[in-house]
Structure formats: structure tokens, C-alpha cells
Ligand binder design. Structure first.
Ligand code: IMP
Length: 459
């Protein structure tokens, strides 16, 4: 069977910890979308691993698969594998031949486009990893796939087609001389061919490439259990998120089928677990109706760091929760839980269970709020509108919950659900009722031991 882990909010819900917890029972952990824009933190044997591409299950000796829906930067792939090897691990990572390759010019173009957009305050706040430009080329049928790296003639042909177009884009559209860029080789066919052909040879020698669909189907036929590790989150899904402040892939559960080559029936036969952070954070621009404070440069219309009670609260939660980007180190915007967002997420993904993280971060506050619904154009609405502009006009209607005390969370994790402070349980039960989905796990600290497990999806 399969278990699919999906972020229900804006990414950074603590998926890594849940994957780590439940992934123990899985033989294979597969990613189905995104690339090295993800930031997964896994704490294992006192060691903290920060991964952006390699599936986090690889830390625990699982087979890690990067599905066809992923975009792969081979430089990152081999760097992360080397880092794990230096720490004494022996990661087994397989890469789909149908996955697309992030080439150096994709990163350069990501940066240029963000700069241009920032002139009119339209930047997305991307991670700068070249994700969007790579998916653009995939959809434009001019991409380079992992399988192409294995065949020198095909690789050269693809590069000879696409590189001059990218060069022209930089020089003729953006009016930048390629030779003035930090990395002019990013637009040089021969340099790219040499580097990426070598990656192809290494992938081949180490037998890392697979047809993800047959590999996973065969694994399941052999009785192996598969976990799908969604990266990012539902509200930054290219279709179901708040476009254009989105990533360029489908983190939602449907992506697990398309991005691996297993049928939707296989995914639906298993469990789909929505990861919820007990409050909300956001990296980059876009609306956030339950936002508490603001981050200069990211919060729309917020040009100067303010003060006041809510700002203090935002700073407190940011510090307690370590809410700084795993990949970029940027401070995250902080808000209360947003129920219209979560109702949308539960519907789009069909969650069978919820894992709620970070309730320990909110401990000690007198009051904890949630945005229960929105007011929009004089009407009360319960889900997020389809356009970002309408979403930006929404005002949250808050519900208030009594806060819960700081307790010995490790002991709580050991003792189980009933040991969670009563007010926190009231909060969790409100969430489960509103989303009509049971709570499977509650995160009470960063390590996987600091999780209250209510339900094991593999049992
Ligand atoms: P990109 O994926 O780098 O193109 O970035 C597009 C948007 O998705 C930006 O707002 C990023 O901040 C956001 N994003 C991408 N990956 C993550 C993630 O792993 N966590 C949170 N936000 C992310």
C-alpha cells in the first residue's frame, strides 16, 4: 500500500518529521514533484540532516526515488549524496529517466525574471533554484530529461536547440550580455555538454536511473510499502494554490499519481495524510489573511518593520518555531491557522488523516486564535476564493481558544494523546471536526520521538 504525505498549507509544515516517523515502515520513499527548492530537516541519532532534493527516507536506509514529476539538479543530487556518505550513510537513490533536468541557465533565468518582476513588485520570492524555468521548458517540449543525459547524441541535440534560445532571451529580451553574467558557461553548449554528460555517465555507472512507474509497481508487487513524500504545499500548487505566488508543480495528492506513474487508484487505495502546522507561515509574497506581523519585502504593502502586540507575537512564534527558510534562511511570515485554506486543502487532496505539528511552539500563550471564515464582499465564506486578488480582499473572522501551558513534551509523546494539555486537545478536535478528518499524529517537538502517534497508517 501507499501513504502519501501532503503539505496542507504553504509548505514548511514539518513534513520531513512525519515522513521520517511513518517512513520507518516504508521500504521505498518517493518524491513526485519539485526539486531542490524543498527543505527537509531530519533529526536522526542526534544528527540534523538538511536535504533539499534527496528523499528524507534515504537517511534511514530506505530506497529513495525521485519520480518523473521532479526536476533534478544533478549538482545538488550528487552534493547531497556525498554529504550523506561523509556522515557514514550509504544512500540508495533512484532517479526517473522521465524527470527533467535543471540546467545552470534555468537558475540564472529564475534570478533574472525575479529581478525584472521586482521592479513592479510582482516577484514571487522563488527559491532561485531554477524550478519555474525548468518546468516551463518541460511544458514547452524543449526540456532535457534525465534519460537524455545517458545518450550523448541526444543530449547534444537537445542543448543545441535550447541553449541559443536562452541566450537570445537573456540578450534580446532582458538586454543583458551573457559574458557579463557571473556564470557565462551556463549558456555555453560545449561546457554544458561536458558537465552534464559526466553526470549521465555517473548516473549510469551507479545504476541510479529507473522507469519510476515500473520500478514502483514491481516494488509493490514484491510486497514492499511505498511512501510518497510531497514537497511544498497545497496553497503553492500551480493549479490549486494562489497563482501566481506558487511553485511550478503539483504538490497536491493527484501529483503523486502523475509524478510517479502509479495510477490514481493506487494512491486512493492508500492513505493521504495532510500535514498541518498549528499556525501558519509563508515564505515570499502573496496574501495571508491571518498574518500577525509582517516581513519587509515579502508582506504586500509592508515597507517598514512595525511594532505592537501582534508584531511581538509574530516574532515570538517565529523565534520559538525557528521559522526561517531551510533553503534560503529567510524569515518566514507568521499568522494564525487559516481554516478556509485548510477546508480547500482537505477537499482537493482527500485527506484520510491529519498530522498536526508544532503545538508545542504555541504553548505558554494566553490565547490561540484561528481564522474560522472570511468576510469577502459582505459575505461570510468558508473556503479560499479562486483568485489571489479576491483572496487578498478577504478579512479573517477569528475564533479564540484558551492557550495551553508549556509541559514536558517528551513525556507527553511517550504517554499518548490524552497527555496533551486539555486546551490543546480542544483545538485539535475543532480542527478534526471542521475538516471531517481524524488526527493521526501530533508533533510536539522537532525530533520524530517528539510525536504523539494516534494512528499508524501502515497498520
Ligand atoms: P520556486 O518553487 O523556487 O519556484 O518558488 C515559488 C514559490 O514557492 C515561492 O513563494 C517559494 O517561497 C515557494 N516555495 C518553494 N519551495 C518551498 C518550500 O519547500 N517551502 C515553502 N515555500 C516554498
Amino acid at each position: 500500500m501507499t501513504v502519501t504525505i501532503v503539505g496542507s498549507q504553504l509548505g514548511d509544515e514539518g513534513k520531513g518529521g512525519v515522513v521520517d516517523l511513518y517512513g520507518d515502515a516504508a521500504d521505498v520513499v518517493a518524491r513526485y514533484q519539485g526539486g531542490d527548492n524543498a527543505g527537509h530537516t531530519v533529526v536522526h541519532d542526534g544528527e540534523t540532516y538538511k536535504l533539499s532534493l534527496v528523499p528524507s527516507g534515504a537517511v534511514r536506509g530506505k530506497i529513495g526515488v525521485l519520480g518523473n514529476g521532479c526536476v533534478i539538479n544533478p549538482r545538488t543530487l550528487f552534493d547531497e549524496i556525498s554529504t550523506l556518505q561523509e556522515k557514514g550513510l550509504d544512500p540508495d537513490v533512484r532517479v526517473a529517466e522521465r524527470a527533467h533536468v535543471i540546467l545552470p541557465f534555468h537558475r540564472v533565468l529564475d534570478g533574472i525574471e525575479e529581478d525584472v518582476k521586482s521592479e513592479s513588485d510582482q516577484e514571487v520570492g522563488t527559491t532561485g533554484r531554477g524550478i519555474g524555468p525548468t518546468y516551463e521548458d518541460k511544458a514547452g517540449r524543449r526540456g532535457v530529461r534525465i534519460g537524455d543525459l545517458l545518450d550523448p547524441d541526444v543530449l547534444r541535440e537537445r542543448l543545441e536547440y535550447v541553449v541559443p534560445q536562452k541566450r537570445a532571451l537573456v540578450e534580446d529580451v532582458y538586454d543583458i550580455a551573457v559574458e557579463d553574467l557571473d556564470d557565462p558557461d551556463a549558456f555555453d553548449v560545449d561546457a554544458l555538454f561536458e558537465e552534464f554528460r559526466e553526470f549521465g555517465q555517473r548516473l549510469e555507472e551507479e545504476e541510479m536511473t529507473v522507469n519510476a512507474s515500473t520500478f514502483l509497481t514491481d516494488a509493490m508487487a514484491d510486497g514492499q510499502t511505498v511512501m510518497f513524500e510531497g514537497a511544498q504545499g497545497t496553497i503553492i500548487d500551480i493549479d490549486h494554490g494562489n497563482y501566481p505566488y506558487v511553485t511550478s508543480s503539483n504538490p497536491t495528492a493527484g501529483g503523486a499519481a502523475v509524478g510517479t506513474g502509479l495510477s490514481p487508484g493506487v494512491i486512493a487505495d492508500g492513505e493521504v495524510i495532510g500535514i498541518v502546522k498549528a499556525y501558519l507561515t509563508r515564505v515570499g509574497s502573496g496574501p495571508l489573511p491571518t498574518e500577525l506581523g509582517g516581513v519587509v519585502g515579502d508582506t504586500p504593502g509592508y515597507d517598514e518593520q512595525g511594532d505592537g502586540e501582534n508584531e511581538e507575537l509574530a516574532t515570538y512564534i517565529r523565534e520559538e518555531g525557528g521559522e526561517y527558510g531551510t533553503v534560503t534562511g529567510r524569515p518566514r511570515r507568521v499568522g494564525w491557522l487559516d481554516m478556509p485554506m485548510l477546508r480547500h486543502s482537505a477537499r482537493v487532496n482527500g485527506f484520510t488523516g491529519l498530522a498536526v505539528n508544532h503545538i508545542d511552539v504555541l504553548a505558554g500563550l494566553d490565547e490561540v486564535k484561528v481564522g474560522h471564515s472570511y468576510d469577502h464582499e459582505g459575505e461570510e465564506i468558508f473556503t479560499i476564493p479562486s483568485t489571489t486578488e479576491q483572496w487578498g480582499e478577504c478579512e479573517a473572522n477569528f475564533r479564540s481558544f484558551d492557550g495551553w501551558p508549556e509541559v514536558d513534551w517528551e513525556a507527553v509523546a511517550e504517554d499518548g494523546y490524552d497527555a496533551i494539555p486539555e486546551n490543546a486537545r480542544t483545538y485539535l478536535e475543532y480542527l478534526a471536526d471542521e475538516l471531517d478528518t481524524p488526527i493521526y499524529a501530533v508533533g510536539v517537538g522537532p525530533g520524530r520521538e517528539e510525536t504523539v502517534v494516534v494512528e499508524d497508517p501502515y497498520e
